[in-house]
Design a protein. Structure first.
Length: 353
């Protein structure tokens, strides 16, 4: 039996930052995640993908962001149950919740925080007849290690942020990068669209628009793709390729959490964003991409904000009636860091006599 103050379901960036905000309030945290290591999708799916919207970081790799977050929460010594999926939620007579994993590990806490991102994922695959024949032999639905593509010929299919970002990033790694999109207009951020256009003008990315990948060719490994244009009179184009990366998004699934009696809307958990991001079950919160409310932005920094607000409300559940006066970290310091700095200062004074 594992007991804590805040039980956090999901050890992605938002779940990890929740530990920091809770730690400032001296609340103990324990995290459950089905993945074998902390970091969520940032660690498992795209650790080498650059992220551009984290404050103070013009660019940071997803894996590096996870490392910084783990460093930030280390003084608060959170517990982890990794490689296990949160399966059931039960309200106990004493008001606490009990969450049991698929491995039978039981956890109890007065507050449960669901920070499971978008849940578990399956890639959306384009309708290409022999696509699955080349999975693991040139076809991949995510980029885990960009070095795999060094010096190779890469075709990326898609028109969103991921397709644009990886086309831009791999233009510095691969020998050739082709970006295929069924429309002329891209759905990604304007800055990324402009960068991709500039790289295309410089001959570093081949843009193939109003077209779709139609067939794949190769023996033991992918050798080429055939691109079919939307307009029949334009015909087809044969593109040599060592790698095809179809990036049409991921289909999220809430999994067992969807059966916990929470209010669900379009595969996301409805929360009260006017106050504290609490769900339809008092004492159970949802922060990050897993929740929804009017005006919701699915950004990591939005999850960070939600975690900070949520922890203030959770404090009142863990310590009912106890008044907490918020102190800025620039004034009050950070428990753990603050103590170690004071001890280090004492040692310096003693050494200097």
């Amino acid at each position: 039996m594992i007991e804590t103050d805040l039980l956090i379901i999901g050890a992605g960036p938002t779940g990890l930052f929740t530990v920091f905000e809770a730690g400032l309030l001296k609340l103990r945290c324990h995290l459950i995640d089905a993945l074998p290591q902390p970091g969520g999708q940032c660690a498992e799916i795209y650790p080498k993908k650059p992220i551009y919207d984290i404050p103070a970081y013009p660019e940071i790799l997803a894996g590096d962001l996870v490392e910084r977050l783990l460093e930030q929460i280390r003084p608060f010594q959170p517990g982890f149950t990794l490689g296990e999926r949160a399966e059931t939620l039960k309200k106990l007579e004493d008001g606490r919740f009990e969450v049991t994993t698929n491995q039978g590990t039981r956890h109890r806490a007065p507050v449960v925080v669901i920070a499971g991102g978008l849940g578990s994922f399956e890639p959306r695959k384009p309708e290409i007849a022999n696509l699955t024949d080349f999975e693991g032999r040139g076809v991949a639905y995510m980029v885990k290690d960009p070095e795999v593509y060094r010096g190779g010929k890469v075709v990326i299919a898609g028109g969103g942020d991921s397709a644009l970002d990886w086309a831009i990033f791999l233009s510095e790694v691969a020998a050739e990068v082709s970006l295929v999109h069924r429309r002329n207009e891209f759905r990604g951020a304007l800055d990324s669209v402009e960068k991709a256009a500039a790289l295309a003008a410089a001959g570093r990315i081949r843009l193939i628009t109003e077209a779709q990948v139609d067939r794949l060719y190769g023996d033991t490994h992918l050798e080429a793709v055939v691109v079919r244009y939307n307009e029949a009179e334009k015909g087809e184009a044969y593109v040599e390729a060592d790698h095809l990366i179809p990036l049409f998004g991921l289909s999220p699934k809430l999994g067992p959490i969807g059966d916990w009696g929470l209010q669900i809307e379009k595969n996301a958990i409805v929360v009260n964003n006017a106050y504290d991001y609490q769900t339809s079950i008092p004492g159970v919160y949802a922060v990050g991409d897993v929740n929804t409310y009017p005006g919701k932005l699915k950004l990591i920094l939005s999850g960070f904000h939600e975690a900070a607000v949520m922890c203030q409300s959770a404090y009142q559940i863990v310590h009912p009636g106890k008044r907490y006066v918020m102190k800025y970290t620039t004034v009050g310091g950070i428990a753990g860091f603050d103590g170690s700095l004071k001890e280090a200062a004492k040692e310096v004074v003693q050494a200097l006599g």
